[in-house]
Write a protein that binds this ligand. Structure first.
Ligand SMILES: [Zn+2]
Length: 245
């Protein structure tokens, strides 16, 4: 098994495993990892010039992209999109991609209007309500709230996200006033449920639909990279999401 594949509500979602290699940008050359992308293409069949992958900033800004952006962050001949943690498109055939190793890729999709968004859901993106800004952008592009589906791809589950200091507790509970059930007790420490915090954001923004969680915890599953399990120098997973042609 090299790639996990899901087909949900007119969406194709691919998640790379450690067999394919890391999708971290090469620190020395600043170039995309060509060998990993080559294997990704072989295993998914997705043309590399149909994938767009931004350079993440752990912030809450997004960008609308189209087929002409295909290959950015993937092919060395194309300029990467810098400092963006969310992508949105109306182009069927374009695959949105982000790299992660604990954070959640959050997918929003209007299957009637063919509007697709992907957010990098780390704790900073979630308290910055990145997924809500993408939801609102979708509505301005003609999406209807009742036609939108929300999917959480491979991220660290609520049992595995253990915090050993007070910092995130203060951020989520004392500063941003999230409901107390997004933190849980684990021995002398506590856990944080990032997906639940994101879902709270979307509910507050008026989303009433269901949440799909692919239940793929990258910390539990050793075929997926995890910074919290393996350290900061470990590899990165790539998640691809595109609309059915
Ligand atoms: Zn887990």
């Amino acid at each position: 098994m090299c790639v996990y594949k899901f087909n949900n509500d007119g969406l194709n979602i691919f998640v790379s495993t450690t067999d394919i290699g890391s999708f971290k940008t090469d620190a020395a050359t600043k170039l995309p990892p060509a060998e990993s992308f080559k294997r990704l293409h072989e295993k998914t069949g997705v043309p590399l010039d149909r994938i767009v992958r931004p350079n993440l900033a752990n912030d809450c800004y997004h960008k609308k992209v189209n087929l002409a952006d295909g290959g950015r962050g993937v092919l060395t001949s194309k300029e990467i999109i810098k400092d963006i943690d969310g992508l949105i498109t109306t182009d069927v055939g374009l695959y949105l991609a982000i790299t992660t190793a604990d954070c959640y890729p959050i997918v929003l999709h209007d299957f009637r209007k063919n509007i697709l968004a992907l957010a990098h859901g780390g704790w900073r993106g979630v308290v910055g309500r990145l997924e809500v800004s993408l939801l609102k952008r979708m509505l301005t592009l003609g999406a209807r709230l009742e036609d939108i589906s929300v999917t959480y791809v491979a991220g660290i589950c609520d049992k595995c996200y253990v915090q050993h200091d007070q910092y995130l507790y203060d951020v989520f509970i004392n500063k941003y006033r999230y409901p107390s059930n997004i933190v849980g007790k684990k021995g002398d420490f506590y856990t944080v449920d990032i997906a639940a915090a994101s879902q709270h954001n979307l509910r507050q923004a008026g989303y009433r639909g269901s949440f799909n969680n692919l239940n793929l915890c990258n910390f539990c599953d050793e075929k997926l990279f995890s910074v919290r399990r393996d350290g900061r120098n470990t590899g990165r997973i790539i998640t691809l999401v595109g609309m059915d042609q």
